[in-house]
Write a protein that binds this ligand. Structure first.
Ligand code: HEM
Length: 489
């Protein structure tokens, strides 16, 4: 009896007082072990906005470990941008990284001690080997035109646009990593992508989710149907695709040539260190494989998701589609559209900005970790605290955007008809861990969308356009939909 009373007293104190005792900002009361997980809803931003209304613009949520949520534009700018180095760390999924890559490697979930060096190297090498270049834009055009040619032949059929977009975006990321593209119908990328999808049920399963908080559970995996060994088997198979591609780059690699992709730049740095007798440090094979996986993982589904959503919005908003086509017809005509033309195309900029606002491709942003003691909005925050910079909450906050669920590119057009960039819309996040591929993603999305509407009309299969519904897992994407594609003259 005494133990039961003690246990109940502990639960009550924990429920009402744990945030205060730990000096964390207030938030929904958590339960021991499971935190706020019972309240979890995949409509994450709606759930978080309700808590923001109740607890303030900085609050604590336990999933099941505590994280300080920032979903306010001003606070994000004031702290994550101005104090970038303080918010540089990640709360890394250490167990998942150990199972899939043998440790904290890659770009995104690397060890916090190597983030500055590896991020700087990746940014420099991606730019030196062509990210943002006209040559890469040519490749995007090539794939956009291949898709247009295929779609223009689809006649009266109902088309799922996903696979063609995936093949194009997948090839572009592959090119950035390995310096080659594959034939459009080559199945390697489709198979590799399928393996990533096969991992999702295990990654999202309760056992793996709890493993991060209670690593001791790994000893009892036999009780849970061995999700760890299944995850390890799939990731070994998928890493083998990357290892084969790396081996091909190694065969033709010449250290005297300018690197043409991320892997060549990595090999060059590693060789330089070897020749100079410097410790190879983080320029090792495991880091190279995991970085390739990070670039693919971060660059594929995100971009595919936004391009698909552009098409879904076009079908749902025929007026917007006509405006885009009119703008392109008047400014560009029939010639190939260049990324540099964007300045003269305010409506397409506004359309993409609005897709970014409603798209929110990461339902929960990557978690950060404070590198030193600091304060956020008046709350003292200790080094090592997990931070969730949930910028997407800003995008769907009715206090920031009138009728946030309503898709309206005109929000971003001023009275003079010019596009006005809204600083509150930050789909690539903010601060020193923001997206590494922003330049590439924006160029891909613009070039593809422009080529698609210049050459095709997207119309509903029936009279009513497909519903705009989202499927949330680790990424957020529009549910499968079909459209009809009519060639424009
Ligand atoms: C529409 C497309 C994309 C969107 C919306 C997007 C968005 C994001 C977001 C929100 C983050 C997390 C930032 C944070 O921690 O706060 C991120 C990280 C990252 N993205 Fe992207 N991304 C896109 C495309 C790409 C592409 C094309 C690449 C490269 C090929 C890429 C590479 C990365 C990497 C490596 C990181 C981890 C950065 C770090 O941890 O320092 N992303 N991205």
């Amino acid at each position: 009896m005494f133990i039961v009373v003690l246990l109940l007293a502990f639960i009550v104190v924990y429920y009402f007082g744990v945030n205060r005792i730990l000096g964390l900002p207030p938030g929904p009361p958590p339960l021991p072990l499971i935190g706020n997980m019972l309240s979890f809803d995949w409509e994450i931003d709606k759930m978080l906005l309700a808590w923001k209304a109740k607890y303030g613009r900085v609050f604590t949520v336990w999933m099941p470990f505590p994280m300080v949520v920032i979903g306010d534009h001003k606070v994000l700018q004031e702290h994550l941008v101005k104090d970038g180095d303080v918010f540089l760390g990640r709360k890394n999924p250490e167990q998942v990284m150990d199972i899939t890559f043998g440790g904290l490697y890659g770009l995104g979930f690397e060890d916090n001690s190597m983030v500055k060096e590896q991020r700087k190297f990746a940014l420099r090498s991606l730019h030196e080997s062509g990210m943002g270049s006209v040559a890469l834009e040519e490749i995007v055009h090539h794939f956009a035109e291949e898709i247009v040619a295929r779609w223009r032949k689809t006649g009266d059929s109902a088309v799922d646009v996903t696979e063609n977009i995936m093949r194009a975006v997948g090839n572009i990321v592959w090119y950035v990593i390995f310096g080659i593209t594959l034939e459009f119908d080559n199945t390697v990328l489709v198979k590799y992508r399928q393996l990533q999808q096969d991992m999702l049920p295990y990654l999202g399963g309760p056992f793996i989710m709890f493993l991060e908080t209670f690593p001791v559970l790994r000893k009892f995996e036999f009780l849970f149907g061995s999700p760890v060994s299944k995850l390890r088997a799939i990731s070994t198979e998928s890493n083998n695709y990357l290892k084969e591609a790396i081996a091909t780059v190694e065969k033709s690699f010449n250290a005297d040539d300018k690197p043409s992709c991320y892997i060549e730049a990595f090999l060059a740095e590693s060789k330089k260190r070897e020749e100079q007798g410097i410790e190879k440090g983080n320029y090792n094979y495991d880091q190279m494989v995991a970085s390739a996986a990070s670039l693919w993982g971060a660059g594929l589904e995100t971009t595919v998701s936004i391009v698909r959503l552009c098409i879904l919005e076009l079908v749902n908003h025929p007026d917007a589609q006509r405006k885009l086509q009119k703008e392109i017809d008047e400014v560009i005509g029939k010639r190939r559209i260049r990324h540099a033309d964007l300045k003269q195309l305010p409506y397409i900029s506004a359309f993409v900005e609005e897709v970014f606002r409603v798209g929110n491709v990461l339902p929960i942003n990557f978690l950060r970790q404070t590198m030193q003691d600091t304060e956020v909005d008046g709350w003292p925050i200790r080094a090592g605290t997990t931070i969730l910079p949930q910028f997407s909450m800003v995008h769907s906050d009715p206090a920031e955007f009138e009728r946030p669920d309503f898709f309206c590119p005109e929000r971003h057009i001023n009275e003079e008809g010019q596009f006005v960039k809204d600083p509150r819309i930050t789909p690539f996040s903010v601060g020193k861990r923001s997206c590494l591929g922003e330049t590439l993603a924006k160029m891909e999305i613009f070039v593809m969308l422009a080529a698609f509407v210049q050459n095709c009309n997207f119309v509903p299969v029936n009279k009513v356009p497909p519903a705009i519904e989202f499927v949330n897992t680790f990424g957020r994407a529009a549910a499968p939909f079909l459209v009809k594609i009519q060639p424009r003259n």
